[in-house]
Design a protein around this ligand. Structure first.
Ligand code: FAD
Length: 404
């Protein structure tokens, strides 16, 4: 998006990655230092502290004005594609997870924003879950919050026309809610439970597309405001983000090769790259003056771990990692220090170029962005989308500077 907005001709490709599973929240920085579990209300003050303590963190490569500009640009883009977000400029907001825990985040999908206000004011609220939907229990969320939010009630309803099924899936329900008759049926099932509730929370299934329309219509039918709560993967808000990028980038003239991957890459003597891309085998050749490698970690396939080492899968770049596999994980899964494997990744220079084994940029115009960057334990720091967005911004800015 940053490249297309600067009128660079671009090709984008990739298959399933972390974004498909993500909650939809855009975190900037929530926690630092991880082992102290220090939660930051002001993410900008948190970033100041983080870059002092971990000067190799990707945020340390950008002035805060660039981080702000990157968020501004991405939020405008998402709004234009029909997926608006809300935020407080200088403050994280508390949001609910599907377990009833709270987490700090920076930007909240519009369909979840009413929940931020409700969490602060704690009005009478009805939490609804769906019969057959695994991993989302309204009762569990209410039980986790019972001391601080006594006015929470719960109910379980059947999703329209699914009584014959043992299990229902978020993506199917989200697609079904595009049809107005299904929304009316869902509202008929939910209405008797609303009673004195001033707001209703439910799993994030309110439309895979056209979410604004689905939410506003259901609010009319319910007669009270609604908010979505993220589910465990597969996550509809993550799919919405992926779809919004694909649609929005195509509209900007980006050649989007959906479900394609890179099979081979060559660096030519003129400094350009030649990539063999395709679905199951190389089918097309892409020539480019630069590449932004945003191939993710183990889920996306940008990193691969064998019995001994973690490797970068496309260029075989050096991966910063513990010397021994025994150090990848602590014994306790929930160890408050986090696990070193989650900090493994590519080291970069100030222009977001990955380093080779001599600690020099591996190629003049190869840049790296996103979760495959080292020193970035995004799960614990709550900085996943923030690092992805801002490092992409930094990479594009550097490409333009180096290439002109
Ligand atoms: C369960 C879950 C919940 C999350 N929740 C949040 C949250 O609440 N807030 C937040 O800010 N972040 C969250 N995140 C993190 C966020 O999704 C990631 O930070 C972000 O998606 C990273 O983007 P990325 O592009 O670096 O990697 P990915 O999203 O993993 O994308 C990598 C892409 O590279 C492609 N690729 C890999 N190898 C090749 C190849 N050889 N050729 C071509 N393409 C290739 C993949 O197919 C994929 O399309 C969550 C992630 C997960 C998994």
């Amino acid at each position: 998006m940053f490249a297309a907005n600067r009128e660079l001709s671009c090709v984008a490709l990739g298959q399933t990655g972390e974004i498909n599973f993500a909650t939809g929240f855009l975190d900037l920085l929530g926690v630092h230092p991880v082992d102290e579990k220090r939660v930051w209300t002001d993410p900008w003050a948190g970033i100041d502290a983080l870059v002092q303590d971990i000067p190799q963190h990707p945020y340390a490569r950008l002035p805060q004005e660039d981080i702000q500009s990157a968020f501004e640009e991405i939020l405008n883009f998402l709004e234009e594609t029909g997926l608006p977000y809300n935020r407080r400029m200088n403050q994280n907001s508390g949001v609910l997870t599907s377990l009833g825990t709270l987490k700090p985040t920076y930007c909240v999908p519009h369909s979840m924003w009413n929940g931020v206000d409700a969490l602060e004011k704690k009005p009478p609220c009805l939490l609804i879950d769906i019969r057959g939907l695994k991993g989302f229990s309204a009762r569990q969320i209410a039980a986790a919050l019972q001391n601080e939010w006594p006015a929470l009630r719960t109910a379980r309803v059947s999703f329209p026309d699914t009584d014959h099924l043992n299990e229902v899936f978020t993506e199917h329900m989200a697609s079904a809610l595009i049809i107005s008759q299904n929304r009316e049926k869902l509202a008929r099932a939910m209405r008797p439970h609303i009673k004195d509730a001033q707001i209703v929370g439910l799993p994030a299934i309110l439309g895979l597309y056209r979410t604004l329309e689905v939410v506003s219509n259901l609010q009319e039918l319910f007669g009270v405001p609604l908010f979505e709560i993220p589910t465990i993967p597969p996550s509809v808000p993550g799919l919405r983000l992926k779809e919004a990028f694909e649609r929005g980038l195509r509209a900007k003239g980006v050649d989007y090769f959906s479900q394609n991957r890179v099979f081979e890459v060559q660096h030519k003597s003129d400094g350009c790259f030649e990539l063999g891309i395709g679905k199951m085998a190389p089918e097309n050749t892409v020539q480019s003056r630069g590449i932004i490698l945003a191939s993710g970690r183990f889920i996306g396939g940008g990193l691969h771990a064998d019995r001994k080492h973690i490797k970068e899968t496309i260029f075989d770049l050096p991966v910063c990692q513990p010397v021994n596999r025994a150090e990848w994980h602590h014994r306790d899964f929930l160890d408050s220090r986090g696990h070193l494997v989650n900090r493994a990744g590519l080291e970069i220079d100030d222009s977001f170029r990955p380093l080779n084994s001599s600690r020099q940029p591996a190629f003049r115009t190869l840049f790296a962005a996103g979760s495959l960057l080292a020193y970035n334990d995004w799960k614990r720091m709550k900085c996943g989308a923030g690092v992805a967005i801002t490092s992409a911004f930094g990479a594009v800015k550097s490409f333009i500077r180096i290439n002109t």
